[in-house]
Every structure is written in structure tokens, then in C-alpha cells.
Design a protein around this ligand. Structure first.
Ligand code: ADP
Ligand code: MG
Length: 139
């Protein structure tokens, strides 16, 4: 398996709870490198654009309100098989279903306010990285 890059967000619930360092420590402990990172506060429109794939879902409005409610940390993670490994580190979307030790089990409040985002496939990772970062910001 080759070295991959994936896109990660520390969501507004987690930045509000001062969990940025704790969450990044999980990635670094797994040998995953942070190859880009910045703290942003998305507009409603930027959140709608990022989650456009979910625009028909009943929770879309709530999701965009939440993602633009406070600052996020957006990151590009790099490592062996990192797209799948990040999803495993994150745990299930609903923290009630997330495995012990996963970020969502440890830090999420609810299925909506669930601490972290991670790309689900190479195609979405590429689109999501490009949504927030340009080539000069990846190291
Ligand atoms: P994941 O983030 O695990 O890939 P999805 O792509 O299915 O999950 O959903 C995107 C985000 O939308 C979730 O992380 C969560 O914040 C929100 N979400 C998903 N399902 C629900 C729901 N039933 N109610 C409220 N928010 C939801
Ligand atoms: Mg998803």
C-alpha cells in the first residue's frame, strides 16, 4: 500500500472544548504526518460547498449551521493507507456506535456534533484537500 493523503477536520465542537492538541496527538501517535494545517471559521456558504454531496439529506441545514458555528482546524494527513486508517481512528459517525478508543467515542457529543471529519475515498480526499489548500501549503 502506497503513501496516501487524506483530508481531516477538527470540527467546531472539538475546537470549542480545547481538544485540538489531543486529537492531533492521536494521529501522530499512529505515525501519521500532518502535511498541512490551518484554523479557519467557515462561512455558511463555504460549509454548504464542502458538504454539497449531502445537500439532499434531511440534516444538511443543521450540518452547515454547525460547521459554520465556530472555528475548525483543517488538515492534510499523510501516511501509509491513511484514508482508511483515519476513518478507523475516527470511529463510526454516531459516537454511540463508535468503538472504544476512537476519536468520536472519546470526544464526540452526538451524531451531528461528532468532533472530526475524514475523507472516505481517494477521489473525495483529492477534492476536499483542494477545497481548502493549494499546492504551496502541502509539505
Ligand atoms: P461521516 O462524517 O462519518 O463520513 P457522513 O458523511 O454520513 O458521515 O455525514 C457527514 C456528517 O453529517 C457527519 O459527520 C455528521 O456531522 C452529520 N450527520 C450525519 N448523519 C447525521 C444525522 N442523522 N443527523 C445529524 N447530522 C448527521
Ligand atoms: Mg462522510
Amino acid at each position: 500500500m502506497a503513501i496516501q493523503r487524506t483530508f481531516s477536520i477538527i470540527k467546531p465542537d472539538a475546537t470549542k472544548k480545547n481538544l485540538i492538541g489531543k486529537i492531533i496527538a492521536h494521529f501522530e501517535a499512529e505515525g501519521i504526518r500532518i502535511c498541512a494545517m490551518k484554523k479557519i471559521h467557515m462561512t455558511r456558504g463555504q460549509a454548504e460547498g464542502f458538504y454539497a454531496v449531502h445537500s439532499e439529506r434531511p440534516f444538511f441545514g443543521e450540518l452547515c449551521d454547525f460547521m459554520s458555528s465556530g472555528p475548525c482546524v483543517v488538515m492534510v494527513l499523510e501516511g501509509e493507507n491513511v484514508i482508511l486508517r483515519n476513518r478507523e481512528i475516527m470511529g463510526a459517525t454516531n459516537p454511540a456506535d463508535a468503538a472504544e478508543g476512537t476519536l468520536r467515542k472519546l470526544y464526540a457529543d452526538s451524531i451531528g456534533n461528532n468532533a472530526v471529519h475524514g475523507s472516505d475515498a481517494p477521489e473525495t480526499a483529492a477534492v476536499e484537500i483542494n477545497y481548502f489548500f493549494n499546492a504551496f501549503e502541502l509539505h
